[in-house]
Design a protein around this ligand. Sequence first.
Ligand SMILES: *Cc1c(COP(=O)(O)O)cnc(C)c1O
Length: 376
Amino acid sequence: MPDSRNWFDIVPEHRHRRLSASRRDGIHIDVGGRRLINFASNDYLGLSFDAAVCMGASGAFSESVGSGASRLVSGDDPMLHRLERKLADWKGYEACLIIGSGMLANIGLLQALAGRHTHLFADRLNHASLVDGVRLSGAVSHRYRHLDSAQLARQLRQHPADRRIIVSDGVFSMDGDCADARTLLALAESHDALLLIDDAHGTGTLGADGRGLTALHGIAGHARLIEVGTFGKAFGSYGAFILGTHELIEGLRQRQRTMIYSTALPVALIAASETALALIERGEPVKQLHERLARFKAGVSGMGFMDSDTPIQPLLIGSDQQALTMAAKLADAGFFVPAIRPPTVPDGTARLRFTLSAAHSHEQIDALIAKLKELL
Ligand SMILES: *Cc1c(COP(=O)(O)O)cnc(C)c1O
């Protein structure tokens, strides 16, 4: 019988994933004794180190750290309700429920919504939290090719059922492309289904006001639409939220096990997220991000970047080794850009994944463009 030392049976050459300690310092990151400019963070608005956001958190932290219990016991601070109201109003939904993280939101949401008799229809490139949520729900699942709404429509025609949900990322995390949310909602309506959009990357980044993909498509708040957003990316803190109708959110309060049986988020993180929302609503960070993104895209046009209008800008390389070599050369020049390899992405599609932030300076972006011109 194996003990814990040989339980996993992983040979060293298959150890793809490596944790390497790195300290972030604003837009910089210290890795392996070098100080690099970070082009590998989801902190799209630079709010994780914004003075006002940190102040919001530290004020609350000086009074308490942990929330002490699940929201259903004694961890239900009024600040959670206040931020839920603000998020619902900002995104244009009736109601909102804050949850520990995006992973917990998706796993719990799908478990609460779907059971053995539910059919789920999922984009093949959905985030792992949706993939696991679908699997753990025990529902019948169907996967359609990435963004292929014609195949989805066929699957919906072929698999009638009382309860059906289309499940998709808003912005896809490895490609930076977007779901055609309006078409997905039209399919949900014509086939009497629900649509779940996880816009973790679009929230705070898409649209002039940063309200995300569904607002951009003019469908936010629709009664067939459920949306997930997170605080861990553009909001610069930690946690997640679910948006929908009053009845849906009330149902989740009764059924969502990842909320019921998990300690509530610390209020300091809620305070940070509330400050972040106020800054996003004021507009300046979103405007800065869009301006940086336009500068980067103009600078790298013709270099073979994947087609993306989001702050996720991948450059397809192909071979794992070449992607690693490119990443190492960029690091030598002072830029931290990760090589993303299988199994995170399909075989033969290793890539460099650049993410832009409002906190990058023009000089930093221009220097990166110049280096890329030289390397390509
Ligand atoms: C990051 C991400 C999540 C996970 O959110 P966490 O709060 O980090 O757990 C879920 N869905 C998508 C699409 C994501 O990009």
